[in-house]
Design a protein around this ligand. Structure first.
Ligand SMILES: Nc1nc2c([nH]c(=O)n2[C@H]2C[C@H](O)[C@@H](COP(=O)(O)OP(=O)(O)OP(=O)(O)O)O2)c(=O)[nH]1
Length: 131
């Protein structure tokens, strides 16, 4: 089976990371995630993330480094996370999200993350601590 990659972006700006609350589908609506989406055939993970952040949030961002780990969302769909930095724009919930929140290092536990996203939080905390 062909494996598709989903990339979630830990978008960091001024010492905080962006969390996005999903509006659909029903199984995940209301839970928080790192915005992103599926890579199209031929796209790198970095390109996919930068495109998705523009589509979903209306911002230009740069993928910086992959975070450790990989999660199977369902058969044939593999989730990875990248750190990213905001280059320009103010994130808006244009597609897929009902709410956005910038979280500081002590606030990562304040939202109800999707299960896999919770696993990557220690790495995100490390990035925020590094500054
Ligand atoms: N984008 C994103 N998806 C996540 C995260 N954590 C997590 O379990 N997922 C799951 C939810 C979805 O089942 C799947 C990604 O689908 P998606 O809906 O974001 O991808 P997409 O925008 O390209 O979707 P589509 O319209 O092509 O279906 O991965 C996360 O942090 N970010």
């Amino acid at each position: 089976m062909e494996i598709r990659i989903v990339v979630g972006g830990a978008l960091i700006h001024q010492g905080r990371v962006l969390a996005a609350r999903r509006s659909a589908p029903p199984e995940v609506a209301g839970r928080w995630e790192f915005p992103g989406g599926k890579a199209e055939p031929g796209e790198s993970e970095e390109q996919a993330l930068e495109r998705e952040l523009l589509e979903e949030l209306g911002v230009r961002a740069k993928a910086l480094e992959p975070l450790p780990g990989s999660w199977t969302v369902r058969a044939g769909l593999e989730l990875r996370f990248w750190a990213a930095e905001l280059l320009s724009g103010e994130p808006q919930p244009l597609e897929d999200h009902s709410e956005l929140r910038w979280l500081g290092p002590g606030e990562l536990g304040e939202v109800e993350w999707l299960e896999h996203d919770r696993d990557v939080l220690p790495h995100v905390a490390r990035l925020l601590a590094r500054g």
